[in-house]
Write a protein that binds this ligand. Structure first.
Ligand SMILES: [Zn+2]
Length: 193
């Protein structure tokens, strides 16, 4: 063990996965994780080695940087999808817009209470969707739209790209008349972007 090398690292900018020390040397604090007795940084930030209290922590480089949290609401754009899931580029957490973009995944079983046959009836690439983060397992944000306040908030016609309007249980394109399906939020069309 060489405390001096750790001391020199204090104040430096570290990256996720960067080695900060060992548990014999330090107590891991916020912004760190431990694997096989070695302490690593969990985030991009400034390492702080508190030699007096033998604690190591990493402070986010961007003050108050926001990341999606389990239980929180996010807004994102629907990206590539398969028959049973779609990827969502998250660009808003709560009411805060993000500089960085996180990726979430919405699985067909988390769309709503009742059985959903196809992701095609839920959302399409390009749509804007509001969802709740239900897990961040393996650093992937798993999303749910299972609430009347959650779901698609803006959607676009598959034929002409025009903004779709809700019409009873379907969505209708006011420009070309095409009709398709979505799982919309109750306040469809009102999200501030
Ligand atoms: Zn259209």
């Amino acid at each position: 063990m060489n405390p001096k090398s750790s001391e020199q690292k204090s104040g430096q900018v570290v990256l996720p996965g960067e080695r900060l020390g060992v548990i014999e040397e330090f107590i891991p604090d916020s912004g760190t994780y431990v694997k096989d007795g070695v302490i690593y940084s969990k985030i991009v930030g400034r390492a702080l080695m508190d030699l007096l209290n033998r604690r190591v922590s990493v402070y986010p480089l961007i003050r108050g940087a926001i990341v999606p949290k389990v239980g929180g609401t996010v807004v994102g754009q629907v990206g590539h999808g398969q028959s049973d899931n779609v990827l969502v580029r998250i660009f808003k957490i709560g009411s805060k817009k993000l500089s960085g973009v996180f990726t979430g995944i919405l699985h067909i079983s988390d769309v709503e209470e009742r059985y959903v046959d196809s992701m095609n009836d839920v959302c399409k690439p390009g749509d804007i969707i509001r969802a709740k983060v239900i897990s961040e397992k393996n650093q992937i944000y798993h999303l749910s739209t299972n609430d009347k306040g959650l779901g698609v908030v803006y959607s676009f016609c598959s034929l002409c790209g025009n903004l779709l309007e809700p019409k009873r249980y379907e969505m209708r394109c006011p420009k070309c008349g095409y009709i398709e399906k979505r799982k919309t939020a109750v306040d469809y069309g009102q999200e501030e972007l």
